[in-house]
Design a protein around this ligand. Structure first.
Ligand SMILES: [Zn+2]
Length: 292
């Protein structure tokens, strides 16, 4: 029995084929949801797929300039991958929708849910950047707050890079009810790995007054990542374990997504990135005692 009495039987993963697009980009993130979900199902771990709701222009505009949203969706402006692909634009309503749907499920169960998507934290109020178009973290926080489902939200961003888009939206909208922790602003060297891991309990206690934590379990802090580089595979696993163990202990609902990860095999496959995301899944299932 877990702290909440009864453990969940299967971890809900919010996925739809519409989340996937060919971005023609260096970043694999637009194609990643399907590959991650395939890998998760292969593990035989207790997971179940749930269908997310795509977001409307109104909901996307809770964290963005409306003109920017419609310009991207209608192909008048580039997305975060630097193109005007209609396929990518269509997928954005679904990837951002997966984050909100999963967050709603985590709030409802009081535990955890997964949204296997990426491409949020460099998206500013009125512009895309760094493989990010719309900021699914801020959209989710805003939508839940406006629906009266949360008072405070924590954004725990453990991608390798600074969540500058999130910070800019927070300041643009004058939001003071979000606690934003973005490790990429302060940590990037292998000799900081222990300091980073040691700080996680303190960060988690900072988030204990939040009704929900949005956790970006980025794969790009891996030492071998071409855009990253300060944590080993084992240290990334420890990171995820600490986050999920504390969330479970504090009884703070948590929703996690994938964020960055750019390692490739010589033949162009993203198995090294899938391995890291699989470890996040394992840490989550273990900490929450899913299926036990
Ligand atoms: Zn990143």
């Amino acid at each position: 029995m877990g702290a909440q009495g009864k453990n969940m039987q299967t971890l809900p993963i919010f996925f739809a084929a519409e989340m996937v697009a060919d971005s023609g980009s260096y970043s694999p993130s637009a194609e990643k949801p399907a590959q991650v979900v395939r890998r998760f199902l292969q593990t035989g771990l207790p997971v179940r797929l749930e269908r997310p709701e795509p977001l409307s222009v109104d909901t996307l505009s809770l964290a963005h300039e409306r003109q920017f949203v419609t310009d991207v969706l209608e192909g008048r402006r580039g997305n975060g991958f630097g193109n005007r692909s209609a396929e990518v634009a269509a997928s954005l309503c679904w990837t951002n929708g997966a984050m909100l749907s999963a967050a709603s499920a985590a709030l409802k169960s009081g535990t955890v849910a997964c949204a296997p998507c990426s491409g949020f934290h460099h998206a500013h109020w009125d512009r895309a950047g760094g493989f990010c178009t719309f900021n699914g973290l801020m959209i989710t926080a805003q939508a839940l707050r406006q629906a009266g489902k949360v008072h405070r939200v924590g954004i725990l961003d453990f991608d390798m890079h600074y969540g500058d888009g999130t910070d800019s939206i927070l300041s643009k909208l004058g939001i003071d009810w979000v606690t934003h922790i973005t490790a990429g602003r302060f940590y990037d060297q292998p000799d900081q790995a222990h300091e980073f891991l040691d700080r996680i309990p303190e960060w988690m206690s900072t988030l204990s007054d939040c009704d929900l934590i949005l956790y970006q379990a980025g794969a790009d802090p891996h030492v071998d990542d071409p855009l990253g580089g300060f944590l080993t595979t084992e240290q990334l696993f420890q990171r995820d374990r600490l986050v999920f163990q504390h969330a479970h202990r504090q009884r703070t609902p948590i929703v996690w997504n994938l964020a960055g990860g750019y390692q490739k095999t010589p033949s162009g496959g993203i198995e090294p990135v899938l391995d890291i995301h699989e470890n996040t899944l394992r840490a989550c299932i273990e900490a929450f005692g899913v299926g036990q």
